[in-house]
Every structure is written in C-alpha cells, then in structure tokens.
Write a protein that binds this ligand. Structure first.
Ligand SMILES: Cc1ncc(COP(=O)(O)O)c(C=O)c1O
Length: 364
C-alpha cells in the first residue's frame, strides 16, 4: 500500500480551487511589462489599501515575535461597531472568509451530510463541503441567475446541514431579496450561510437578520471594499450559540498582529471606504454602458460585472485580453457557468476605458 492511500478517499474527487491569474504569471507568459498589466480578475480594490492600514502595518512590524491577542477582542469589537453587533456575535479569521468557511464546515459538515449550493457561484463552498466528507447538492439558477427559494427548499432533506447563498453572488452580481432569505431561513432545518463578501457595494444586506434567526451566519471579508486581500482577513456575524461552538474548533491565534492592525486602521478610515465604494459604483456603470452595446452584460451589486461573449468563447476572449495585458476572469471553471461568461472587476476609470476599447476590438 502506498502513502497516497492514506489520504481520505473523499479528497480524491476534489477539483482544486482555480484562482484569478496573477500579474507575475501573465507578464512572464506574454513578455509584458508587469507595470502595464491591468489586473481585473480577482475583484480587488483598485484604489489599494487605506494609507492608515499601510502605516499601521509598518508600525507593528517590530512586534511580530509576539503572539497576537488570542480572542482578537479588539478587532471583534471594532467589527461589531461597524456591523452593529456585540463582539459575542463576531468571529474573525486570518485566512480570509475562506478560513471562516473552513471552520464552519468543520463544525457542521460530516460524512453523509449535504450542503445546498445554487450555481454558478463561489467555488469554495463545494470544496469545503467535499473536504469535510459532505455531499454538495447543486441547484441551477434561472437565466438571470435568480434562484427561487422553492427550488432550494425542494432539495432540503434530513441530511441537509448547510445552505449557501452568496449575496451579491459571485460571478453574477445579483443580491438575494430579503423575503426569499427569510423564507429559506424559516422553512429549512439547516444552517444558512449568506456570503456578503461584496455587500459594501450593494444597496441591501441580510446582516440585521442575525438578530432574528438562530440558523443564520453572515460571512464578510476585508479583501474587497477594505482593500486588504493580501492580508487574508475575514469575519462572520452569527448567533451567540454558533459563535460559542465556533470558538471551540477554530485554530488558536487565528488573526496575526499585522492583519489586526491593518484591519483596525481600515475600519477607522471611513473616507477611504467611501471613496472605494464610490469608485466601484461609478466604474460599474461605466463598464455596463460601455459593454452593453458589444455583448450581453448583467447589472451588478458587486465590484465586478458579468459579460456573456457568446457566440465567442470566454476562453478565447480572455486569452486575447491577456495578450493585451488585461487580466479578467474566464468563468469556465465555475460549475454551471457554461463557456461564454467573463467576469470583469471594476477598475479605475482609465482602466475601465481600456477594457471597453479592448472588448470592442475583439468582439466587433
Ligand atoms: C463570494 C466570495 N466569498 C468569499 C471569498 C473569499 O474571500 P477572502 O479573500 O476573504 O477569503 C471570495 C473571494 O473572491 C468571494 O468572491
């Protein structure tokens, strides 16, 4: 028997997470100057981090020989003020919202258990379900990427432990109406995880419902509106009873000293947050207007928009864009997304203009 046999059998069928492409990778592959590359494939903040975060990281750099606060209470309190909850309802992760998902799944998922996942959506829900021995049950969205609550509730059975709702959804950009979320929360004997990674760019949020429902977890991140994707920091708002269980299975000292400092500083910089949101809302409109005459585009509540380039394939179009030094996200690797969807992160005004011109050259 080889050592490979020691790996848990359920891991064999997992397809690795496909990340957006990096500047280094594309510069090397196409012989491009890294500074000329426009990176709009990973929904990052085009303004960068808050200068306050940068200063806070520098200030704390000399303290990294010390462990951080074990309960991250200062950060949890600050997040609590931002979201309107006491720290007892907040948990934080030093590996982004992905880390939150990992811990949640260790808490609820097991062999024979099921999670319901409306597709296309963020692929880590599937990976986290499978790696904890569970079975992902997929539900297809309609042609506008709306998902009726009945279609989700039809899939609920005695094995259902988790229901994932991404709002705004990655990659389609639409939000779940509150009444639909309530219907699911009230009708399913399962934990409902609502992923609000992009909520700052949307007009609605489900977060206030955590006060009403004992089975609701809302996941959030510092990677998008707060411009700290590289620090890998996520958090979640949940009923106190789930937070208590979560603390039992989370990794200790889960957020490091530099991330904590950067996060606290980002939360204090309301101006940077406001400017980031404004940049995205304006750029989103610019991209929609510029692209809608060239291909089908979907209106979005997030910091990206989805374009359907059929009859061309997303692979072909995104490769032509890469050659021009523009990184977008070919959605082929998203389960249920088909072969013609491209997700474009909103960039700075001049970057958006370059993207629109490149689409015109490729599609016309
Ligand atoms: C919907 C959604 N949820 C979660 C994440 C993970 O975020 P984080 O960087 O906090 O791990 C992403 C990342 O792009 C995302 O799109």
């Amino acid at each position: 028997m080889g050592f490979k046999e020691l790996v848990r059998p359920e891991v064999k069928d997992i397809k690795e997470y496909v990340p957006g492409k990096s500047i280094g990778e594309i510069a090397g592959k196409y012989g491009l100057d890294p500074d000329s590359i426009i990176k709009l494939g990973s929904n990052e903040n085009p303004l960068g981090p808050s200068p306050r975060s940068v200063a806070a990281i520098k200030e704390k750099a000399g303290q990294v020989h010390l462990y951080p606060q074990a309960d991250a209470i200062e950060l949890r309190k600050a997040i609590g003020e931002y979201t309107g909850y006491p720290a007892d309802n907040i948990v934080v992760s030093g590996n982004g919202m992905d880390g939150i998902l990992d811990t949640i799944m260790r808490l609820f998922m097991s062999k024979g258990a099921e999670s319901i996942i409306p597709i296309p959506t963020f692929s880590y829900y599937e990976i986290a379900t499978l790696s904890n021995g569970g079975k992902p049950v997929f539900v297809e969205r309609n042609s506008d990427y709306y998902i009726a609550p009945e279609n989700i509730l039809d899939k609920v059975n005695a094995n259902t432990k988790m229901i994932f709702l991404c709002s705004p959804n990655n990659p389609s950009g639409n939000s779940i109406p509150e009444k639909d979320a309530r219907k699911i929360l009230e009708s399913a004997n399962a934990i409902v995880f609502i992923d609000e990674a992009y909520v700052e760019f949307a007009s609605t949020s489900i977060t206030s419902l955590v006060r009403e429902y004992e089975n609701l977890i809302v996941g959030r991140t510092f990677s998008k509106a707060f411009g700290l994707a590289g620090m890998r920091m996520g958090y979640a708002i949940m009923p106190e009873w789930i937070a208590g269980e979560y603390m039992k299975v989370m990794t200790p000292f889960s957020v490091d000293i530099l991330s904590t400092a950067a996060g606290l500083a980002a939360l204090s910089d309301k101006e940077h947050l406001k400017k980031s949101i404004k940049t995205v809302k304006q750029g989103r409109l610019q991209l929609l207007k510029g692209l809608e005459t060239l291909c089908k585009v979907y209106s979005s509540h997030a910091n990206f928009i989805l374009a359907d380039v059929s009859p061309k394939s997303s692979k072909e179009v995104s490769e032509l864009l890469l050659k021009k030094g523009i990184i977008v996200r070919d959605c082929t690797s998203f389960r249920g997304a088909g072969k013609s969807l491209i997700r474009i992160s909103v960039g700075l005004q001049e970057q958006n203009e370059i993207v629109i011109d490149a689409f015109r050259e490729i599609l016309c």
